[in-house]
Structures are given as structure tokens and as C-alpha cells.
Design a protein around this ligand. Sequence first.
Ligand code: COA
Length: 150
Amino acid sequence: MTVQEVPYQELSLELLLEADPSREKLLSYLPRSLCFAIKVEQHTVGACAVLETSPQVYELMCIAVDPQRQAQGIGTQLLEYVVAHVRGLGAQRLELGTGTFGYQLAFYQRAGFRAVAVDRDYFLRTYHEPIFEDGIQLKDMLRLEVSYRE
Ligand SMILES: CC(C)(COP(=O)(O)OP(=O)(O)OC[C@H]1O[C@@H](n2cnc3c(N)ncnc32)[C@H](O)[C@@H]1OP(=O)(O)O)[C@@H](O)C(=O)NCCC(=O)NCCS
């Protein structure tokens, strides 16, 4: 399986909604994002979007793997590719925000992300509907980053 950079229209919204439950937000940043996919026989099994939010600063906006294919290494392959690709763009850092402090946190830490801040009440402020994961309502956003200058 290889990672490909693809036009945003090729990414499955249904898949990305696994990572970002707001269709409205997804549609607002996808057209401006660098999009990457892993496909198996034309079917996208992993996808992510990266946005340059300010000069030399990028943000991983969403990453998702087909639920049938999770925990098989696809997300790690995609994430490691993106971390290296953004480094190759001459970036200072790659950031992300997550409300999920479960297995996803270890997934990001293994790829070199470190915690830098907590944005308290982010999910309460910015999403109209409450979001639950594993029965826990998401409230605070943990900010993580890979710094390419350390
Ligand atoms: C997060 C995600 C992209 C990781 O992709 P993946 O292909 O499943 O990840 P990998 O197979 O590379 O596994 C990374 C680790 O996460 C664990 N993991 C993956 N999916 C899991 C699941 N559903 N439940 C528990 N652990 C899981 C793996 O076991 C692995 O840990 P290990 O190395 O200790 O075994 C994917 O699980 C996903 O799409 N989740 C739903 C959307 C989401 O949460 N996106 C991130 C928003 S913050």
C-alpha cells in the first residue's frame, strides 16, 4: 500500500467524518488542504488533510482509516508519510488538535507529536452538537505538534 497525494474531491467525506464530525467544517478546509490517501483497489481505506495555517506552519486537520481496516498499521503509515512530507516542505512545525485522549494520543505520540497546550472548552464553543466518544463528551482540545527545528 502506498500513500498518494490526491485532489480533495477524491476523499470520501463519510470516511473523514469518522475524524471530524462536522461536515460543514470539513467542507470549509478541504478545498484549501493538501490531501493524502491510501487506496486498495481504487477504494480509499485511509485519508487525511493538512492545511498550511500560517507561513511554514501546517496543521493535520483530520485523519481517518476505514473502520473495517483500523489497527492494521494503515494510519501509522499515512501519519509517518505526512510528517516526513511536511518536513520536506521546509515547515517549522506540524500541529494538530484532538479531543480524544484515548488510543489516538499514543498513535500521535509514536509519530513524534508532543503536547504543547490545552484549549479548554474548545468543543463546547465550536461545535453546535455535543460530541461523544466512548461515552465521554468531548470538551477540551489537546494541542500537539511535531517541531522540525528541535
Ligand atoms: C486514529 C486512526 C486514524 C488510526 O489509524 P489505524 O490504521 O487504526 O492505526 P494503526 O493501525 O496504525 O494503529 C495505531 C495504534 O492504534 C490502535 N488502534 C487503532 N484503531 C483502534 C481502535 N479502533 N481501538 C483501539 N485501538 C486502536 C492500534 O492497535 C495501534 O496500537 P498498537 O500499535 O499499540 O497496536 C484510526 O483508528 C481512525 O480512523 N479512528 C477514528 C477516527 C479518529 O479518531 N481520527 C483521529 C481524530 S483525533
